[in-house]
Design a protein around this ligand. Sequence first.
Ligand SMILES: [Zn+2]
Length: 210
Amino acid sequence: MTIKHHIPDALMLEYASGRLPEPFALVVAAHVSLCDECRARLAAHEMAGGAVMEAHEGAELSGDLRNNVMAMLDDAVEEAPVYERSGIFPAPVMEALKGRPPKWKPLGRGVRQSILSHNTSGSVRLLYIPPGLDMPEHTHGGLELTLVLQGAFSDEGGRFGVGDVEVADDDVDHQPIAEKGEACICLAATDASLKFNSFLPKLFQPIFRI
Ligand SMILES: [Zn+2]
């Protein structure tokens, strides 16, 4: 796997500091699990965060706190399940799927989606795009992050294969086309509804909407 499109530094910094909304954080976590280069960059950001914490003057805590914490350490802990990569789905995606296969919903023209989460901070879903299909041209009301898990697509931003992540914002006006051969399966996070440019593609807006 040759990854050409990575997580931009500004987004990585937000992710490392825990400020990135959950839908985008899932895409970053999934990319990092596939990309050695971004894993190393994330580790560097986290080290910088650790240095900041160490240099920080501590705050006074109440006297009982230490004893209370030590007492709680003996409590029985319910272990959270650990999810592993399964097929094309990286571990963070399997965690979002709670270990189960995605529930695909048809959206027309052979396109399918499986919504992983949807809340006020945005939504994140798996998209299945048949080989050779062109998606409607659209711009964005906010940020859109797309990670390819299978196959490939191309648009004005270039070619995106497995592991590549596309970052599109308000300024981007694009029309992704799935490569011929294998269906393209992506993990896509958005923080706002997309705006379509012509009347007909509005029919396809439900692709990106809940
Ligand atoms: Zn990367």
